[in-house]
Design a protein around this ligand. Structure first.
Ligand code: UT7
Length: 336
């Protein structure tokens, strides 16, 4: 999508994250499935992931503290929020949307709210969607929160997937900027439903509602053909980052940070290599949080916020189930 010139630009004016206290280490996992720290570290780069252990809590319980922290940090009254978009694949329940529960939980009584589902690209899709509301001139404060309780859809007897995922949430505030050099500059979003066969959850939707059978066959858990997804992730993220840089006349040296979806450290290294970024330019949190699906990008921004300064150029790129993928080029709006 080539961005049309607009007098109003959508800028990220704050970011906050939340992960639950309980830490699941590689050594813990080695007591649950046939794996070990060395395999997980060398194949994925993951050392720990945070897990929401409370069985009666859902994704909104991760998102609410992230949003409350964001409101406090940015000195924003919840009543001023116009819209909350929650990117998630693990809403508390099929309906209502997690975003409705989050808006209620943080006291955003004047906001409308909805969920957006685009698997690991959900946060980026939601960020670009939210930017359109700001650029329309009709909305002044929009929150995008990416949150997932991945532990609710992971089979802890499947070593190929249970080592990868963690729970967490991250939120950003978007506000208008009249400075055309600040904020979201351009984006490319893509998708291809042919990828569904390689990464999906077989049961629990309308095609195959949950039943005693689907429970016993474990079809309510995430299914991934890791090797295939890996290859597409490297290829598509690299392709879209190169296209975005060409479109925006950018070189890697112009960019402070590349912010890739955190699925596997080796994927990030390959994308950086193919697109010409150095290791130091790549935001990396996978060692600490694992793959938190919709939360990886805002958790990266949260962790690296102290290193970001006003005017820094960054490129976000994601790849996930669908398949869905994309990249966004933006200029950071605040900091020393
Ligand atoms: O966020 C959405 C997008 N998702 C992704 O981008 C994930 C992409 N995929 C991946 O990150 C990787 O494919 C995995 C980390 C999932 C797997 O790594 P891999 O290097 O592709 O391993 P593999 O699937 O080719 O398996 C290699 C071997 C197999 O054993 P054999 O058949 O060679 O004997 C697996 O059974 O490693 C075995 N294996 C394990 N061994 C120890 C698979 N999982 C484990 C494990 N511990 N946890």
């Amino acid at each position: 999508m080539k961005k049309q010139p607009s007098a109003i630009h959508a800028a990220i004016t704050g970011v906050h994250g939340y992960v639950p206290d309980y830490i699941l280490s590689n050594d813990n996992l080695a007591t649950m499935v046939a794996t070990n720290d060395e395999w997980i570290t060398t194949r994925t780069g993951i050392k720990t992931r945070h897990i929401l252990q409370a069985p009666d809590k859902g994704t909104s319980d991760l998102a609410i503290p992230a949003v409350l922290g964001l409101l406090e940090k940015t000195k924003t009254d919840a009543k001023e929020i116009d819209l909350i978009i929650c990117a998630t694949i693990t809403p508390d329940m099929p309906t209502p949307a997690a975003a409705n529960l989050i808006a209620h939980g943080v006291g955003a009584i004047n906001a409308f709210s909805y969920d957006l589902q685009a698997a690991c690209s959900g946060f980026l899709y939601a960020l670009v969607t939210a930017a359109q509301f700001i650029e329309s001139g009709n909305y002044n404060k929009v929150i995008v929160v990416g949150a997932d309780k991945m532990s609710s859809i992971v089979d802890y007897e499947d070593r190929a997937t249970c080592i990868l995922f963690g729970d967490g949430a991250g939120a950003v505030l978007l506000e208008p900027s009249k400075d055309s050099a600040i904020g979201i500059r351009s984006s490319i979003l893509r998708g291809d439903g042919l990828g569904a066969q390689h990464l999906h959850i077989k049961a629990g939707g309308s095609r195959k509602p949950a039943s005693a059978t689907t429970l016993s066959t474990k079809e309510h858990y995430i299914y991934q053909e890791g090797n295939i997804v890996y290859k597409y992730a490297v290829e598509k993220m690299s392709e879209v980052v190169l296209e975005l840089m060409q479109q925006s006349d950018l070189q890697p040296k112009d960019i402070k940070f590349l912010v890739p979806h955190q699925a596997n450290k080796r994927i990030l290294e390959s994308v950086a290599q193919r697109t010409g970024f150095s290791e130091a330019q790549v935001m990396l949190t996978i060692q600490e949080f694992g793959n938190t699906t919709d939360a990886t990008i805002p958790l990266c921004l949260w962790r690296y916020e102290p290193q970001l300064q006003k005017g820094d150029k960054i490129i976000i790129t994601t790849f996930g189930g669908g398949f869905t993928w994309g990249a966004t080029y933006l200029t950071w709006a605040y900091g020393a």
